[in-house]
Design a protein around this ligand. Sequence first.
Ligand code: SAM
Length: 280
Amino acid sequence: MNVKDFEYIAQLLYQRSGLVITQEKAYLLESRLNPVARKWDLDGFEALISAMRSKQDEGMIVDVTEAMTTNESFFFRDNRPFEQFKDIVLPYLLEARKTAKKLRIWSAASSSGQEPYTIAMILKEEAAKLAGWNVEILATDLSKEILSKAQEGLYSQFEVQRGLPITLLMKYFTQDGEKWRINDDIKKMVTYRPFNLLDSPSGLGTFDVIFCRNVLIYFDQETKGQVLDRMAKIMPGDGYLYLGGAETVLGISDSFEVIPGQRGVYRLTGSDATEDRKAG
Ligand SMILES: C[S@@+](CC[C@H](N)C(=O)[O-])C[C@H]1O[C@@H](n2cnc3c(N)ncnc32)[C@H](O)[C@@H]1O
């Protein structure tokens, strides 16, 4: 691929999704874009890039942007953050919101649904404590294609084997041929909609908990900081933010701070100590 084509595609991906693609990762373009080229009846990814440059076809640009996203996800990913959510954050919020009885959770890069369904299963397991509550789980992603997989809620044996306890598989999934379908009562707890993290989330309302896991890693420092600062604006003072294991707020955004003794979960800078929160 010539330098001009690479620069064109790298800049387009950065503008459309925040993805930073370096020359060393240029090989990814070939493997991910060849199927898109086939879909558009073009002879390989280089022909696709040159068609994009000449036609500026929005559908083609969306297909290319979505194809370059990494959608890997699994249920109870890293386990510990979800245990922490169940054991510390949820009990705190149950107490702190006991009058309003309202809870809003955002899975901000939900991919194929494993993350929002993990949250839904945790909440379902605590259903007795949430009787009479209005609980909303909003799941968003840039990729409409991956959102339709999430909405379908159909997973391979391999996907359900990664992280999902067998008891929850038996309880909340039904076998469908060689696959497993998430039950309607869990599916109904999650609302899906497309959303680009480069946009302002102010129209989404406020969230007590935001899961923004394993997506900031694809962005540069500036974009990471902007995404985090915008999220801080739609959280109450005692909200919680979960990031992935390879992500942090440190040196990126002053809006959030580390919660001492906790990994992967952050609070707004200057808000209450978690110890106080635990006491309700
Ligand atoms: C690796 S997956 C993470 C899934 C899940 N959060 C987890 O931790 O398992 C990253 C997801 O981020 C989405 N994504 C990438 N850039 C995005 C953007 N600018 N706005 C919204 N979602 C984006 C991708 O489509 C992909 O589904």
